[in-house]
Write a protein that binds this ligand. Sequence first.
Ligand code: CTP
Ligand code: ZN
Length: 152
Amino acid sequence: MTQHKQLQVSAIENGTVIDHIPAESLFVVINILGLDTIPNQITFGANLDSRKLGKKAIIKVSDKFFEDSEINKISLVAPHAKLNIIRDYEVVEKRDVEIPDEIIGIVKCFNPKCITNNEFIKTRFRVEDKNDLMLKCHYCEKITSRSELKMV
Ligand code: CTP
Ligand code: ZN
């Protein structure tokens, strides 16, 4: 790896680097991915300087390669996050996270009367707007927006 600059968080040998996380979403991303319960080595940086975001966070998970469904969860709170797949200290793949058209079993429905909040039924939404994040519940048709976003 050619090193043009000092890294703010040490390089890893193998695993996934999740970069360009909005600073305020770091701990939400850690929770969504369940990083607090896995045995892998994890390093992270909070409130790092970023030209694009002002302040950003970065998470490096050694020996872990995420499924697409896990990546989709990140996109809800870190829409501009970049995944870097590292093998033998080299970045072998870069991936953008993408908000999917449909979200199943990740987010709670905002409506307390919704069947998904009262029975054991997986939540299911159509994404009506990806920029402002408007999730239309498949069951009650109410819209859950970014400010009401809660993970199941
Ligand atoms: N990285 C790492 N360990 C490695 C290689 C890279 O932790 N062995 C990290 C770098 O610190 C960086 C990210 O992976 O945060 C992406 O690496 P690279 O593509 O080399 O950096 P940039 O060009 O700055 O990436 P971008 O343009 O996506 O910001
Ligand atoms: Zn609902």
